[in-house]
Ligand binder design. Structure first.
Ligand SMILES: Cc1cc2nc3c(=O)[nH]c(=O)nc-3n(C[C@H](O)[C@H](O)[C@H](O)COP(=O)(O)OP(=O)(O)OC[C@H]3O[C@@H](n4cnc5c(N)ncnc54)[C@H](O)[C@@H]3O)c2cc1C
Length: 455
């Protein structure tokens, strides 16, 4: 295919979550055509799994500027900037009207799960002329597997559909798959649709992030109405400063309050706390789940009598999609490589990230960008505002406006917990291959600021 013909192809946007739809809005503004693939039956399929959850960032941070301009031109009623929407309200009051705008909606393919991305006529090894070849997207669609050509790819598939397992080693605990029907990954609606499943039960919540905090607080509310409900909270480590958060110092009031409410619940004895509990296996004993942890100073610790487990241990990106592209990820975060030093939770807890754009998000494969939650890989603390600035910069670069693409602006509210490197130092049990070094890359060793680890 001739180069000018490739340039006329649409830009593939993978995922119709908030960041993918924002990318599409920017493409439309720049006169480029998006072709949006969404695995779900409707847009925002990941957000829809936690519709009931109230977000901690108010509307003013949750709306992309290009999307806003398109929406206002279509007669949209903008929600009040200071209000905190639920995930469902974000979907209904912002993303659904956006997807209904004809220039966007006509280029949206629902029930279309992308299964692979490559370059037409080129496997990963072949170099000569590859940058001129169009991208080839294969997707499972209602009409069966189909292939599409694109001039560039913006991958906004998120991480939420690939939840981390309970196993502390990063692989499912022994017995986890067999008991999957009694485990919820993410944030089930324990006060609404799934109330009956949890009321009066003994529930184990695993994780030390905002999702775990939200799940525990909702369960505590459930326990007020159903006194038989018992809560156990297990964390792998013993550093709770990050989940308890910065309180009043948090730039997002609701995020600060979430941590403070969780701390108050713990302090009041509203739950059984099991720290340093690294899950190894699950068994079913007389209808109850018995969870066994790694022995640390004595016999293996056990949590027994459990009816249900909520696993809120984070999520990971689907790297299989880009198996045939030349991509460069951070070895442990699985984020876009250049982003890793800015977001590594071993070193940062502020919740802020330096402004970054198309240059940091680029891969060795020209024209492919991972954006949104996927760009962070396994690192937490991704905020919508970050994703919106990412896609503004990426789309400006694709449109050839490098001045705008390089002018990245990002001013994020901090968590108020800015003890950089604190968590890393606490977790480090003096591994032989780690040491302190000046920033450099060194053979099999990776350097991030002044902490060096061999991988
Ligand atoms: C419980 C919770 C609360 C949060 N609260 C906030 C908050 O208050 N403020 C904030 O700024 N951020 C918040 N976040 C973080 C973040 O902003 C959200 O996770 C956000 O949804 C990320 O947007 P995204 O578009 O990158 O990914 P997602 O919203 O995950 O969207 C990805 C989309 O891609 C689709 N998809 C996946 N795989 C494929 C495929 N192979 N082919 C086609 N489509 C595919 C999915 O179905 C989905 O629609 C929260 C996250 C969670 C989990």
């Amino acid at each position: 295919m001739k180069n000018e013909n490739v340039q006329n192809l649409p830009v593939a946007v993978l995922g119709a979550g908030p960041v993918g739809l924002a990318a599409a809005a920017h493409l439309i503004e720049q006169g480029l055509t998006p072709l949006i693939f969404e695995a779900g039956a409707a847009i925002g399929a990941n957000l829809a799994t936690y519709r009931h959850v109230r977000l901690f960032s108010p509307w003013q941070y949750n709306i992309d500027m290009a999307a806003r301009r398109l929406l206002l031109a279509s007669g949209w009623n903008e929600p009040a900037g200071d209000d905190l929407p639920t995930a469902g309200e974000l979907l209904d009051q912002y993303l659904a009207p956006l997807a209904a705008i004809p220039t966007l909606g006509t280029n949206l393919l629902l029930r279309s799960r992308v299964t692979a991305i490559t370059r037409s006529g080129f496997d990963k090894v072949k170099t000569k002329g590859r940058e001129r070849a169009p991208f080839l997207i294969r997707a499972d669609t209602p009409d069966g597997p189909r292939q599409f050509l694109a001039s560039a790819v913006i991958d906004a598939t998120g991480t939420w559909s690939h939840q981390n397992p309970l196993g502390a080693d990063g692989i499912p605990a022994v017995g986890e798959q067999a008991l999957a029907h009694r485990i919820s990954y993410g944030m089930p609606d324990v006060l609404g649709a799934e109330r009956e499943t949890y009321a009066g039960k003994k529930i184990l919540v695993v994780g030390a992030g905002h999702s775990a905090a939200g799940a525990l607080l909702a369960l505590a509310q459930l326990a007020q109405h159903h006194p038989g409900t018992q809560l156990v909270w297990a964390t792998r480590g013993d550093q709770l400063a990050r989940v308890f958060g910065g309180g009043d110092a948090d730039g997002l009031k609701a995020r600060g309050e979430l941590g403070m409410r969780l701390k108050a619940l713990r302090d009041a004895g509203g739950l059984e706390m099991r720290q340093n509990f690294r899950i190894l296996s699950l068994t079913d004993t007389a209808g109850k789940i018995v969870v066994t942890g790694e022995p640390l100073d004595g016999p293996a610790p056990v949590i027994d009598g459990i009816d249900r487990i909520i696993c809120a241990a984070g999520a990971r990106p689907d790297l299989a999609l880009t198996r045939e592209l030349r991509v460069r990820h951070d070895p442990w975060l699985e984020s876009t490589d250049a982003l890793a030093p800015l977001i590594d939770p071993n070193e940062h807890s502020c919740g802020s990230v330096r402004p970054h754009g198309h240059r940091e998000l680029a891969h060795p494969e020209p024209g492919y960008y991972a954006v949104g939650a996927k760009s962070y890989g396994r690192a937490p603390n991704f905020l919508l505002a970050t994703g919106y600035e990412q896609v503004r910069s990426v789309v400006a670069a694709l449109a050839g406006d490098l001045a705008a693409a390089d002018d990245v602006q990002l001013n994020l509210p901090e968590t108020g917990v800015c003890n950089t490197r604190q968590a890393y130092v606490a977790q480090q049990v003096a591994p032989a291959s780690c040491g302190v070094a000046s920033p450099s890359n060194d053979g099999g060793c990776r350097t991030r600021t002044e902490v060096r680890c061999c991988v």
